[in-house]
Write a protein that binds this ligand. Structure first.
Ligand SMILES: CC(C)(COP(=O)(O)OP(=O)(O)OC[C@H]1O[C@@H](n2cnc3c(N)ncnc32)[C@H](O)[C@@H]1OP(=O)(O)O)[C@@H](O)C(=O)NCCC(=O)NCCS
Length: 154
């Protein structure tokens, strides 16, 4: 919980209106709820939050239309979790931080499938996840944008 302010600040800095590529802007209370149910991995640099990787249960996302569209395109296994959003601060990108947070997640949640979506026009994220060995399994269109669905095997 002591990282919550830093997570929210990084999320803010990466919104589309500030030139960012995050699809979601989650309220702090929702992030806190996610943390209480599933791991939220944080990377720190000089004491501040430089990256985060959130995860959540399917049940927590029952009211999120874009997640429902993703799971309609690819349902996955019964105990699969929802991976993301993931974000690394601009100055720290390309140094393997996303990869390192993913490795930590795999250590904490080793035997469950993770399902995520990435906008088709986000090559940095598609490439970074491809490098992690996460495979594309489906695609869908939501609110006029094209998304790829990916699965990290359990
Ligand atoms: C996607 C993101 C989390 C990746 O984090 P990262 O720590 O830079 O990723 P890593 O360093 O682990 O992986 C880097 C790989 O991504 C690829 N990559 C990074 N920036 C890229 C870019 N602008 N274009 C294409 N590929 C890119 C590189 O191929 C790199 O692999 P390489 O080392 O072989 O060159 C980060 O770019 C980010 O936070 N973006 C803004 C928010 C966002 O779009 N989140 C994802 C929403 S689905």
């Amino acid at each position: 919980m002591s990282d919550l302010d830093g997570i929210v600040a990084l999320q803010e800095a990466n919104q589309p209106e500030r030139g960012g590529t995050l699809s979601a802007c989650l309220p702090p209370a929702r992030i806190a709820g996610m943390m209480s149910e599933m791991p939220l991995i944080v990377a720190r640099r000089d004491g501040r939050v430089a990256g985060y990787l959130m995860t959540s249960t399917r049940e927590m996302n029952a009211d999120v239309p874009v997640i429902n569209a993703m799971l309609a395109a690819y349902p996955g296994t019964a105990d699969a979790y929802v991976y993301g959003p993931i974000c690394v601060e601009a100055e720290a990108r390309g140094k393997g931080l996303a990869q390192a947070m993913f490795s930590e997640l795999r250590r904490l949640v080793p035997a469950r499938e993770g399902i995520l979506f990435i906008r088709r026009d986000n090559p940095a994220s598609l490439r970074a996840h491809e490098k992690m060995g996460i495979r594309q399994v489906a695609g869908f269109v939501f609110a006029g944008s094209e998304f790829v669905v990916l699965s990290c095997p359990g």
